[in-house]
Design a protein around this ligand. Structure first.
Ligand code: NAD
Length: 260
């Protein structure tokens, strides 16, 4: 069903984005990877994905906090593959600190990457999708698009913004064969989560083990992390025909966190 489509997945050199890119490649989609990392490792992962799934995989290292680089990424994807059929806005960073100590440049960066970049990629991808009469936009938001946690003021602000733009753009493109949805995972075990454990421990004055058990999984009734593969599976579902009439939705994958 998705074979031959092109999926652009931002922040796909690591974690959830890499998993989502692999999930679409497994469906026969050509992939445009994006994100930071060691050049040799990225090239090895790109080539391996091409070989494993017999699809075309390209890479563009745009820094998505820079609008000109976002424009170049979308242009390169269109030049390479002809079109972007599936856009997955996934790139994101985190910073954990009380608001009075929150570095201003970190706030600006989180808003630029976690929120504004998704607005720009949608702005640039929608015309091609409208022309094709088909498109799928999947924004990797967070449970923090629905509920808040202390010390994450920038992240929670950005993710609530993503929820708003998901619904708004969904309404705008509803009659063009394009759906726009957000996936809202609770905690997924990735480098992003691992990296915030020491800061959270410091901010709360507790051990790193206590952060995992008493903070991260405290609100997830299943007491389990969501997996990268599960997020990839949800993204593929949202791009498939069973989801043709699902748009403007926020799909929770949080072990029951937001049900409380
Ligand atoms: P990660 O740190 O493993 O991956 C982040 C990706 O974004 C990497 O590929 C990185 O190179 C890329 N990136 C960072 N800055 C960038 C920039 N300026 N321009 C382009 N790419 C950039 O993180 P992850 O945990 O896989 O998170 C991916 C997304 O999922 C984020 O939006 C995050 O908010 C969201 N999310 C994660 C969790 C979780 O528990 N891990 C939960 C809910 C939502």
């Amino acid at each position: 069903m998705l074979k031959g489509k092109t999926a652009l997945v931002t922040g796909s050199t690591s974690g959830i984005g890499q998993g989502v890119a692999r999930a679409f490649a497994a469906q026969g989609c050509n992939i445009m990877l994006n994100g930071f990392g060691d050049a040799d490792e990225i090239e090895a992962a790109r080539a391996a994905m091409e070989k494993e799934f017999s699809v075309k995989v390209a890479y563009h290292g745009a820094d998505l906090t820079d609008v000109a680089q976002i424009e170049d990424l979308l242009q390169t994807a269109a030049d390479t593959f002809g079109t972007v059929d599936i856009l997955v806005n996934n790139a994101g960073i985190q910073h954990v600190a009380p608001i009075e100590d929150f570095p201003v440049e970190k706030y600006d960066k989180i808003i630029a990457l976690n929120m504004n970049a998704s607005w720009h990629t949608m702005r640039l991808a929608v015309p091609g999708m409208k022309k094709a009469g088909w498109g799928r936009i999947i924004n990797i938001a967070s449970a923090h698009a629905l509920i808040a946690s202390p010390f994450k003021s920038a992240y929670v602000t950005a993710k609530h913004g993503v929820a708003g733009m998901t619904k708004t753009v969904a309404l705008e493109v509803a009659q063009h064969g394009i759906t726009v949805n957000a996936i809202c995972p609770g905690y997924v075990w990735t480098p992003l989560v691992e990296a915030q454990i020491p800061d959270t421990a410091r901010s709360r004055g507790i051990s790193e083990e206590a952060v995992i058990n008493d903070v991260l999984l405290l609100n997830q009734p299943t007491k389990a992390f969501t997996t990268i593969e599960q997020v990839g599976g949800m993204a593929v579902f949202l791009a498939g025909p069973a989801a043709d009439n699902i748009t403007g939705s926020l799909q929770s994958m949080d072990g029951g966190w937001s049900a409380q």
